[in-house]
Design a protein around this ligand. Structure first.
Ligand SMILES: [Zn+2]
Ligand SMILES: [Zn+2]
Length: 357
């Protein structure tokens, strides 16, 4: 027994010394890097929806307060091979790149409203879809005012596009294809048609995020399946009507109880400016329990919380955030995370919950 232990100990020592010696050589570092690069680059692009399938991927589930584990507001709808992005919050495009989402297949962007945590990465999406191979100007749909947003991003990134075309060539990166094109969705009633293409119907829904006016949610219908995304809104029952029968309702959520605790802590720490912001924000968001009530009214099969505020650094904070939801909600629900992917096979009732790493 003692001999075996000595032999194992000897082997471990020899291995440690061998690894230590090997890592003294630059060529070993490069060999290891090559193996890792081959493994990583060899990963094929992710298929978000099979033919005939509708899916929703959460590419950003945070609100403005910083959370290192969540990008800001973003969802991606896949209707078969056609992809649409809803809001482009900061950090969301990095998520899409890390997950190997085929960005050249993105056919358009839908903005819910123009708060900074929903538009921050538009310039990056403009660039990355172009670099990935997009060969038509990218349409950006939204409430009136979307023209200003698009014009500003096109101008701010014009020099960047000039440099890249000059560097990589007109054939690789045609300068005329890079730009964003605004499409205003007028809203005169509770809902408005936003798009109908390749079997996908998109409906804009008026929500209540005053003083942000107008602010929209969106409903996506495809092959007998449906996803509704609330956008930013306070508790707003008309949204339930527009979302009625949705397979998935992705709803924003803010715990005013936790925000109140932060306000008190900030005031006690003599930080009046962030305390004032905590004081102001409860009026224009929805609590998790209220979102559960909207999902019940809408008869939605699955409720997914997004736009999580305040940040939830651990499971205790998550539990506190979700107080009362299990009692209020009559149906399935879950806390959304960056990478949450819900797949809805066409003309079925199946709901497949999964996640990207
Ligand atoms: Zn927001
Ligand atoms: Zn907002």
């Amino acid at each position: 027994m003692k001999r075996i232990a000595l032999a194992i100990g000897g082997i471990v020592v020899v291995l440690i010394v061998a690894i230590w010696i090997a890592t003294r050589f630059d060529s070993v570092d490069l060999w290891l890097y090559r193996q890792a690069a081959n493994a990583r680059i060899g990963v094929s692009e992710v298929q978000l929806a099979k033919p005939g399938e509708l899916s929703v991927l959460l590419c950003g589930t945070n609100a403005p307060l910083p959370d290192p584990r969540r990008a800001q507001g973003c969802a991606l709808i896949a209707a078969g091979d056609n992809l649409y992005v809803i809001d482009t919050g900061e950090g969301s495009v990095r998520n899409l790149l890390v997950w190997h989402v085929p960005l050249e297949k993105i056919k358009g962007v839908f903005f819910t409203h123009f708060h900074s945590d929903h538009i921050g990465d538009l310039g990056e999406l403009r660039l990355q879809t172009w670099v990935a191979g997009r060969r038509t100007p990218l349409k950006v749909y939204g409430p009136p005012g979307v023209e200003d947003i698009v014009k500003g991003f096109n101008e701010a990134y014009a020099h960047d596009a000039d440099y890249r075309t000059a560097h990589h060539g007109e054939k690789m990166l045609p300068r005329e294809d890079v730009d964003l094109v605004p499409v205003v969705i007028p809203m005169n009633m509770a809902t408005a048609p936003a798009l109908a293409a390749n079997g996908l119907k998109v409906t804009a829904i008026r929500v209540d995020h005053g003083p942000v006016k107008p602010a929209y949610g969106y409903r996506f219908d495809y092959n007998g399946r449906s996803v509704t995304i609330s956008g930013d809104t306070s508790y707003y029952p008309p949204l339930a009507k527009a979302a009625h029968g949705s397979d998935v309702l992705v709803h924003e959520a803010q715990s005013n109880e936790l925000v109140g605790i932060l306000e008190q802590a900030l005031a006690a720490a003599h930080r009046p400016r962030p305390a004032k912001i905590m004081h102001d924000i409860p009026t224009y968001h929805t609590t998790p329990v209220q979102a559960a009530e909207i999902a019940n009214m809408a008869d939605a099969k699955l409720l997914v919380f997004t736009h999580i505020n305040p940040p939830l650094p651990n499971s205790i904070a998550e539990r506190a955030f979700l107080h009362g939801v299990a009692q209020a909600r009559h149906g399935d629900w879950m806390l959304g995370r960056d990478g949450t992917l819900i797949r809805l096979p066409g003309n079925s009732t199946e709901i497949e919950k999964t996640s990207l790493p």
